[in-house]
Design a protein around this ligand. Structure first.
Ligand SMILES: CSCCC(=O)C(=O)COP(=O)(O)O
Length: 192
């Protein structure tokens, strides 16, 4: 049997609870959104996130807000929503209002795997920005920033959606790790 060289980790329901994403992160998005739309609508800082939305939503503040609320309620994992969520969560993590609760066995496994020479990568529907924030601001008091254990981050933009074979081929290509050398840990076997 070929030796395992790398571990690919899903986030929601795998390294942390589904509840943290649905009951903390998603509500925070909706809480922060109106003020951000009021204050940042025409700013260069907000433009990259707003411009990713389809034309029928990005030109009108009220339409964009309603669309975000609808997508969030239906948990639609579409790249432009995920991009905006990452941007909105940045303030919450940096201010200390939100800390990512990693499962205790993940806190133990990350240093163990890396000490054995395994590479650890993340593949989540959350944006790469959101993933980096999540691992930088964990609730682990001894070492909140867990990014040092991670070798890379994949999302629906740089890899593709989770239910497409081509996304996994891209991850293999990007990392140089062959399909049989991976362990993929996820709570969702359907990849949705
Ligand atoms: C910390 S990334 C936010 C998680 C998220 O937005 C999401 O949709 C979860 O997707 P996953 O692929 O990690 O289950």
């Amino acid at each position: 049997m070929a030796a395992v060289k790398a571990v690919l980790l899903d986030i929601e329901g795998t390294v942390s609870s589904i509840s943290f994403v649905r009951d903390v992160l998603f509500p925070y998005t909706l809480h922060a959104l109106p003020q951000v739309l009021d204050e940042k609508w025409d700013t260069p800082e907000f433009a990259p996130y707003r411009n990713e939305f389809p034309a029928e939503f990005r030109d009108e503040r009220e339409k964009l807000e309603a669309h975000v609320r609808d997508l969030t309620a239906r948990d639609v994992k579409i790249a432009y929503l995920k991009g905006l969520q990452g941007y909105l969560w940045l303030t919450a993590y940096r201010s200390g209002n939100i800390k990512a609760p990693l499962y205790a066995d993940v806190i133990r496994a990350l240093p163990l795997w890396t000490s054995k020479g395994l590479k650890v990568y993340i593949y989540s529907s959350g944006s790469v920005l959101a993933q980096k924030l999540f691992f930088e601001y964990t609730d682990n008091e001894a070492q909140p920033d867990q990014r040092g254990y991670l070798s890379g981050y994949f999302d629906t933009v740089n890899a593709g959606v989770k239910w497409e074979k081509s996304s996994y081929e891209k991850i293999c290509e990007e990392t140089g790790v062959q399909p049989h050398e991976w362990v993929f840990l996820t709570d969702n076997v359907k990849g949705m």
